[in-house]
Design a protein around this ligand. Structure first.
Ligand code: PAF
Length: 283
C-alpha cells in the first residue's frame, strides 16, 4: 500500500493508474478506523480496481473546537488496518496541504435544504465543512466512485446532491451501517463511552426498531410517535436532540402518503453525541 501526504504524489500515482485504464474508488475518512470503515474499503474494492482512503480530521466541519481537539487520532494503527484490507493508497495530508491559505478565506460549498435540517440544525456550519472537504477530495483524487456509510444518512444524501448539482462524474455508493452485536452502530465516537454507557447506547437501535414496528402497526400521528420515543429515550438516560420520521428520498418530514421512510435519531449520552437511522418501507 502506498502512503502519500502531498498533492503532487497523490496526483502522480492516480495519473499512472488512469493511464492503465484502471477504475479508482475513494473512501473519505477522518481516521480512528474501525470495522465499519474497513467494510467501506472492501465495498469500494468490489467496485473499483484501485482504492484510495483519505485520512484527514477536517477542522472545517467541527463547530465545536473542543470536539475537534478531542477527536481520536490513531494514524499508525489506521495505516496497519488499511494494509490488512488491501487498500491501495492511504492519503494522509496535513491541514496546510488541504487549506494552504487557512480556512477563513476558503471558498465553501453549501448544499441547500438538506444541509439545514436535523444534524444541520444542531451543528451549524457542519455540513458546509463536510461538503467543502468532500468536494476538495473529489477534485484532488478524481475518483470514478466514492463510498459512504448509511449511518451518516444525511451526509450521504447531501453528497449525492452536491455531485449532481455540481456535475461531478462520480458514482456515490451507499454502504450499509455496520453494527456491534448489541445493535449499536459502529462509530469512532463510541470509544468515548464508558462500559455502562455502551450498554445504554444499544437502546438507540432498539428505539429505532420500536418506532419502525409502530409505523407498521399503529395509527398514531408521526409527531406523537416521535414525542413518545424522545420521552422513553430520556427515561433511559439519553438527552435526545431529534427523533424524526422522514421521507427517505430527501429527508423532509414524511406524511402518511409517503411509503419509503427513514427514521432519524440524534442523542447525547453524557458528553457523547450519537446518531443512527433505519429504513422503513410501508406497503
Ligand atoms: O464521515 C466522515 O468521516 C466525514 O464527515 C468525511 C466524509 C470523511 C468528511 O470529512
Amino acid at each position: 500500500m502506498d502512503r502519500v501526504t502531498s498533492l503532487r504524489d497523490l496526483r502522480q500515482k492516480v495519473l499512472s493508474w488512469r493511464r492503465k485504464g484502471l477504475k479508482i474508488g475513494l473512501v473519505p475518512t477522518m481516521g480512528s478506523l474501525h470495522t465499519g470503515h474497513l467494510s467501506l474499503v472492501k465495498h469500494a474494492k468490489s467496485r473499483a480496481d484501485k482504492v484510495v482512503v483519505s485520512v484527514f480530521v477536517n477542522p472545517l466541519q467541527f463547530e465545536d473546537k473542543t470536539d475537534l481537539l478531542a477527536y481520536p487520532r490513531t494514524l499508525e494503527a489506521d495505516i496497519k488496518k488499511l494494509s490488512s484490507v488491501n487498500c491501495d493508497m492511504a492519503f494522509t495530508p496535513d491541514v496546510d496541504t488541504i487549506y494552504p491559505n487557512g480556512m477563513k478565506g476558503q471558498s465553501k460549498v453549501t448544499v441547500p435544504t438538506i444541509g439545514e435540517r436535523l444534524c444541520g440544525h444542531y451543528r451549524p456550519g457542519h455540513f458546509e465543512g463536510v461538503a467543502t472537504i468532500v468536494s476538495k477530495l473529489f477534485n484532488m483524487v478524481a475518483p470514478d466512485s466514492a463510498v459512504f456509510g448509511e449511518k451518516d444518512y444525511q451526509q450521504l444524501l447531501l453528497i449525492k446532491k452536491l455531485t449532481q448539482d455540481l456535475n461531478m462524474p462520480i458514482e456515490i455508493i451507499a454502504s450499509e451501517t455496520y453494527r456491534e452485536q448489541s445493535g449499536l452502530a459502529m462509530s469512532s465516537r463510541n470509544q468515548y463511552l464508558s462500559s455502562d454507557e455502551r450498554m445504554i447506547a444499544a437502546g438507540i437501535y432498539q428505539m429505532l426498531q420500536t418506532v419502525k414496528l409502530q409505523l407498521h402497526q399503529s395509527e398514531q400521528s408521526y409527531t406523537e410517535l416521535c414525542t413518545e420515543a424522545k420521552q422513553v429515550l430520556k427515561e433511559r438516560g439519553f438527552a435526545p436532540e431529534y427523533v424524526e420520521i422522514c421521507r427517505e428520498s430527501d429527508l423532509m418530514p414524511a406524511n402518511h402518503q409517503d411509503k419509503a421512510l427513514r427514521i432519524m435519531m440524534a442523542v447525547k449520552l453524557g458528553e457523547t453525541r450519537l446518531i443512527d437511522n433505519i429504513a422503513c418501507h410501508l406497503d
